[in-house]
Design a protein around this ligand. Structure first.
Ligand code: NAD
Ligand code: TYD
Length: 350
């Protein structure tokens, strides 16, 4: 049985990857390592937690002694590394948390894999999941390709860029068998409601102001989270060692247009008059260093590995809205306590 370590598997994307791998590969044992920060929630994995090929391990990737002993105890065949601090606004307030987890934590994992595999790399894979935000920002035209130079602007993207460089440095220096992908913005179920789409869904439902940063002109390229999980599966199994793959939806939206679309969908679902939810839109102070536009060219992944997005955006958004409306308890649990303080401190000043 192959032993695969997935880090950050209790988070948004990680839980979809864990679910896909546990269900699709009964011949793999999936070890989900997660510190269960505010963003990690075992409720995300209730449907698979009793499966015989699944084990949850609570632990912090920055705890070097613990990580080394975990790798010494279990000779993992593969690592899929998703654990990270992932929210740009939090990175602006607490950059050191991002350096610690995203940079230090990644290097501790790389080192543990190198030391435990001892140069015997046959069949081993260290797969690092990264973001398109490392490329910086685009003007009105063009796309990020795998050759685009890194130019991160937020502490979050700078920490992910640093971790990507360490991953490639371990390949170049020690021959560690690494793979990497840089994906655009994800959306779907189990997304923590501090990010744009779930935050707007939650606020529309509760008749709270919809805080649009600046003029709402910034553009993001949205991909359904299950399509990202499928891309990770394909790259993990078929991607070339030492290479990175861009993953994206060819689906660009200005924030303000996306918020209007969500308002229209929710007006229908909640039986409100058309235009009612849009009255909640409130323009607030812009995010410092706010990247204008992200857009991914995913041609390499499509041409070489045959991957493509499966869902149209409106269909994916409707599914997402339906999930949030049917899972109010989940939202209540993850937004109680600490998140409430975060929300107040982040938005009261804007
Ligand atoms: P998330 O914030 O929802 O989940 C992160 C998970 O990592 C949580 O379960 C958290 O408990 C865990 N974690 C955090 N610090 C840890 C630590 N020190 N040790 C162990 N576990 C820790 O994030 P996400 O949106 O699911 O993103 C997952 C990965 O994908 C990240 O590496 C992120 O950079 C990348 N990514 C995200 C997006 C996106 O749109 N969300 C897009 C591209 C790439
Ligand atoms: P976010 O979901 O935080 O993802 P990222 O910054 O990693 O792309 O934000 C997506 C876009 O939405 C980004 O341009 C910032 C904007 N935004 C708002 O306008 N209001 C909000 O309350 C949030 C959280 C984001």
């Amino acid at each position: 049985m192959k032993k695969i370590l997935i880090t950050g598997g209790a988070g948004f994307i990680g839980s979809h990857v864990v679910r896909l791998f546990v269900n699709k590969y009964p011949g793999y044992h999936i070890y989900n390592l997660d510190a269960l920060t505010y963003a990690g929630n075992l409720e995300n994995l209730k449907d698979i937690e009793a499966k015989p090929n699944y084990t949850f391990i609570k632990g912090d990737i920055t705890d070097e002694a613990f990580i080394n002993s975990l790798f010494a105890e279990t000779n993992f065949d593969g690592v899929i590394h998703l654990a990270a601090e992932s929210h740009v606004d939090r990175s602006i307030h607490s950059p050191l948390d991002f350096v610690r987890t995203n940079v230090l934590g990644t290097v501790i994992l790389l080192n543990a894999a190198k030391n435990s595999w001892k140069g015997n790399y046959d069949g081993k894979i260290f797969y690092h999941v990264s973001t398109d935000e490392v490329y910086g920002t685009l003007g009105d035209e063009g796309f990020f390709t795998e050759e685009t130079a890194y130019d991160p602007h937020s502490p979050y993207s700078a920490s992910k860029a640093a971790s990507d460089h360490f991953v490639m440095a371990y390949y170049d220096t020690y021959g560690l068998p690494v793979k990497m992908s840089n994906c655009s913005n994800n959306y779907g179920s189990h997304h923590f409601p501090e990010k744009l789409i779930p935050l707007m869904i939650n606020n529309i439902k509760n008749n709270k102001p919809l805080p649009v940063y600046g003029k709402g002109e910034n553009v993001r390229d949205w991909l359904y989270v299950e399509d990202h999980a499928r891309a990770i599966d394909v790259i993990f199994h078929k991607g070339k060692i030492g290479e990175s793959y861009n993953v994206g939806g060819f689906n660009e939206w200005k924030n303000i247009d996306l918020v209007h679309l969500l308002c229209r969908i929710m007006d229908k679902k909640l039986g409100r008059a058309e235009g009612e939810s849009a009255k909640l839109i409130t323009y607030v102070t812009d995010r410092p260093g706010h990247d204008l536009r992200y857009a991914i060219d995913a041609t390499k992944l499509n041409k070489e590995l045959g991957w493509q997005p499966s869902l149209q955006f409106e269909e994916g958004l409707e599914k997402t809205v339906d999930w949030y409306l049917a899972n109010e308890e989940w939202v209540k649990h993850v937004t109680s306590g600490d998140y409430q303080h975060y929300y107040e401190s982040m938005y009261e000043r804007r």
